[in-house]
Design a protein around this ligand. Structure first.
Ligand code: SF4
Length: 224
């Protein structure tokens, strides 16, 4: 196992998983530093405004070993910017953890091990980063993976529905084949109730996602 390899780490913490279909479960988080995007609504700017600290995979595993929880998420920033993240994923899988990867969707997923649950953003126009979507990544997602759209407006919603129909629902008509689909509102810009109404009206196979950690710990941005 490659445990001497190093990564630039923004923070390590233990919390309730706030997003994805794993929301609500206790989870260990490995937040890596650095991001190649600058989304308009970003609430994790410290991951690229600050350098973080360099840690070996062995040191990260030592933090993980302190907890009996099997669910571990690697997030950022954008975790796939660091080449040693693949060795970290493999080390966690070898340790029999359930590994979630949150990625912004701009970087090729080919090297990510199949056993890792990929939670990939599709950036909507309101983020200002939709031109970075790496659409070839859709071919590497399976029904155990998830795609997430963060929506700030009705325009984002309509764009996301059109994207879904063209790129996910039409190619994969059976829900058993396609990744899970998450719609998450930027709550300062789009009412969750309004979004819920649109999802019901359009009868689409979408999971409404509210950031559970922001409801549990309002105003906290780190370590949750
Ligand atoms: S990809 Fe994530 S971390 Fe990077 S700027 Fe966008 S919201 Fe922030």
């Amino acid at each position: 196992m490659k445990t001497k390899e190093t990564l630039q780490v923004s923070e390590l913490f233990y919390s309730i998983q706030g997003e994805s279909s794993y929301a609500g479960y206790p989870c260990l988080f490995i937040r890596l530093a650095g991001c190649n995007l600058r989304c308009s609504y970003c609430d994790a700017r410290y991951t690229y405004d600050e350098k973080g600290r360099r840690m070996t995979i062995a040191e990260i595993l030592a933090f993980i070993e302190e907890s009996p929880v099997s669910l571990v998420e690697i997030t950022g920033g954008e975790p796939l910017l660091q080449k040693n993240v693949y060795a970290l994923m493999q080390a966690l899988l070898d340790d029999e953890r359930i590994v979630l990867l949150e990625t912004n969707g701009s970087i090729d997923l080919r090297q990510v091990p199949d056993e890792v649950v990929k939670i990939m953003d599709i950036k909507c126009p309101g983020s200002g980063m939709d031109h970075h979507n790496h659409l070839a990544n859709l071919q590497y997602l399976t029904s155990t993976d998830e795609v997430k759209f963060v929506l700030g407006s009705r325009q984002d919603y309509l764009w996301a529905v059109d994207f879904l129909k063209r790129n996910i629902i039409t190619p994969f008509p059976s829900s058993r084949q396609r990744p899970k689909i998450l719609f998450s509102p930027v709550t300062s810009e789009l009412s969750p109730t309004e979004l819920a109404g649109w999802i019901l009206m359009d009868r689409l196979p979408i999971r409404l996602q509210l950031q559970l950690h922001t409801l549990l710990w309002p105003g906290e941005t780190r370590g949750v």
